[in-house]
Design a protein around this ligand. Sequence first.
Ligand code: NDP
Length: 314
Amino acid sequence: MTKEASSLRWVIIAPEAEVIKWTAAFQKEAPEIVLEVGPEVADPASVDILLLWKHPQGSLASFNQVKLYYSLGAGVDHLMKDGDLLPGVPVCRIVDPLLSFSMSNYILFAVLYYQRKWDKFLKDRKGKIWDHDGITEENIRIGILGLGTLGTDAALKLHQLGFKVTGYSPSPKDIDGITTFAKGQLTEFLAQCNVLVCTVPSTPETKDLLSKPLFDQLTQPTYLINVARGAVQIEKDILDALDNNILSGAFLDVFETEPLPKDNPLWTHPKVQITPHIASITNPEAGVAQIVNNAIAVKGGTDLVHVVDSKKGY
Ligand code: NDP
């Protein structure tokens, strides 16, 4: 089947480390397909498929006959902000059970870190203190902000483990065991949770969402877990909310500026946990088959999967 896709011309534009990983995955999973590395390639107008991850803005204009843009991750913000995308050409993204597995595990870890008071035990250990007096697990109600592929997977798994879980997304959702809130009910959603997990896409609408106006709608100290994108948060407001006990803590994987600058006060804040944007990393070997199938669908004029809604921007 990959033979069909090998008659197309493929170009990858991504940081070098990604290019190496994806080239190796294509060689293993679809050896007939040749990946040329861009953006500087001969005759860009004859390129059919563009595989993109953090490509330099302005580098796509000469690829003026492209038939499919592919984000090499679940997020598409790096692509959707590019003004040179050809109108009407589909943009697809990676949706993969491994990505959901990894993300849900990260979220579960962050939830348990808070719920089982791991900060206290790390501190006690430094002083060799054996103290279990009065220790109870936090009584938590988890709210998942963004009930898409990743948010729903996490919600279901947390629910199966016995946690109280609710979720919010603009469009209504019906998910077994999860109370869901939709457009017009954000305030109600925020009022009832004390752990807030953010799994929204980065769009003009979600820019700066995790900021004072949202925090002001929380009715109890809330533990914030953000695995979405740094553009979704205002770090100054997070710090203020932590210092005013509006947020009881924050477990952050994404930041306004990445790598997180060394002088950023989040590094040293006692209520903040930091990971370097590793919550869930795309597995190229798992992604090749869906990319190839979509390329064949484009060629044959059949339906594609994991297509980005150009109006919504995700
Ligand atoms: P999906 O597109 O499947 O889901 C996004 C969800 O967010 C949808 O339910 C959508 O609502 C909801 N949403 C959109 N706008 C808003 C809003 N304004 N307020 C609340 N909810 C909103 O995406 P995925 O679940 O696959 O991925 C989510 C994001 O996670 C990615 O865009 C990416 O940025 C990030 N990510 C981070 C990784 C990491 O390692 N840190 C790894 C992978 C992804 P509706 O259903 O109504 O459209």
